[in-house]
Design a protein around this ligand. Structure first.
Ligand code: OAD
Length: 250
């Protein structure tokens, strides 16, 4: 492993913390090959208009376009693997109380071996009826065109991706878990999130208000940087293995 200097304050806080919460965003999976949303040039929202793909209105107006776009993202997810950052969190969680709260709709934390992962924005791997909410297993086939009709439910509704779209509520149970983890942790790491999308972006403030130490791991400044106790300008797949290694040696 490449030698990486881990901030001493972070090693000390991590060694001391009895409970850790890790809030992850798209940057967590960037080194696996999945695009973020807001990075210039490469971010999904720099290429696509979220209002035409990730809102209930878009779904009602053009479900075929939305369904095909999510089918493509599912195929992209199946072609990538967890990175060293995901694996380091799983390793850490095997011996410490590390709760992962992710805004990501991929399953890379789980594939890396993390047992407890709270998905606050849904999952690319799940689908449900837009009317009766019955869950569906759908096959993932490469869309043959820009539009693919979503499966019919049978109740008259259409099967949609189980993703939280702009303007929708977060899943109540999952967000309840996320709030509890933020309230109960002694250390919160913010990994690869721009901290722009609420209510998830409010979790660090909640942790701070309960006395937790909040540390940002991100190569870029974010909306949360000013509020963090410590900022480490590093990538997820570099920083997290180095942190876990440093903890093992401390
Ligand atoms: P963003 O695209 O807004 O932010 C990604 C962050 O990751 C940025 O701050 C980057 O600097 C950082 N980053 C990039 N590469 C990184 C790396 N290798 N290691 C660490 N950090 C890196 O993504 P999110 O914050 O996840 O919502 O976006 C929040 C929500 O907005 C998403 O969950 C999604 C989107 O609309 C839904 O799908 C509901």
């Amino acid at each position: 492993m490449k030698q990486v200097d881990v901030p001493e304050e972070l090693v000390a806080a991590a060694a001391k913390a009895r409970t850790v919460a890790v809030l992850t965003g798209a940057g967590m999976s960037a080194e696996s090959g999945l695009p973020t949303f807001r990075d210039a040039q490469t971010g999904l929202w720099s290429k696509y208009d979220p209002m035409t793909l990730a809102t209930p209105e878009a779904w009602n107006e053009d479900p075929g376009l939305v369904w095909a776009w999510y089918q493509n993202r599912r195929i992209q997810l199946m072609a990538v693997q967890p990175n060293d950052g995901h694996r380091a969190l799983a390793q850490w969680g095997a011996c410490r109380d590390v709760k992962i709260v992710t805004q990501n709709v991929d399953d890379l934390h789980e594939r890396a071996g993390s047992a407890e992962v709270t998905h606050v924005h849904g999952s690319l791997l799940k689908s449900h009826c837009d009317t009766c909410r019955t869950g569906f297993d759908v096959s993932v086939a490469p869309p043959e065109s820009e539009r693919v009709a979503p499966p019919d439910c049978g109740c008259g509704g259409k099967v949609r991706p189980s993703i939280v779209w702009f303007g929708e509520m977060l899943p109540e149970v999952e967000f309840g878990h996320a709030v509890a983890h933020a309230q109960n942790c002694e250390l919160m790491l913010l990994v690869g999130t721009s901290g722009i999308v609420y209510p998830a972006a409010g979790l660090p403030q909640l942790a701070l208000s309960r006395g937790a130490t909040v540390v940002e791991i991100n190569p870029q400044e974010t909306d949360l940087s000013d509020r963090a106790d410590l900022v480490w300008r590093a990538t997820a797949a570099t920083a997290l293995p180095a942190l876990v290694e440093a903890l093992a040696l401390s």
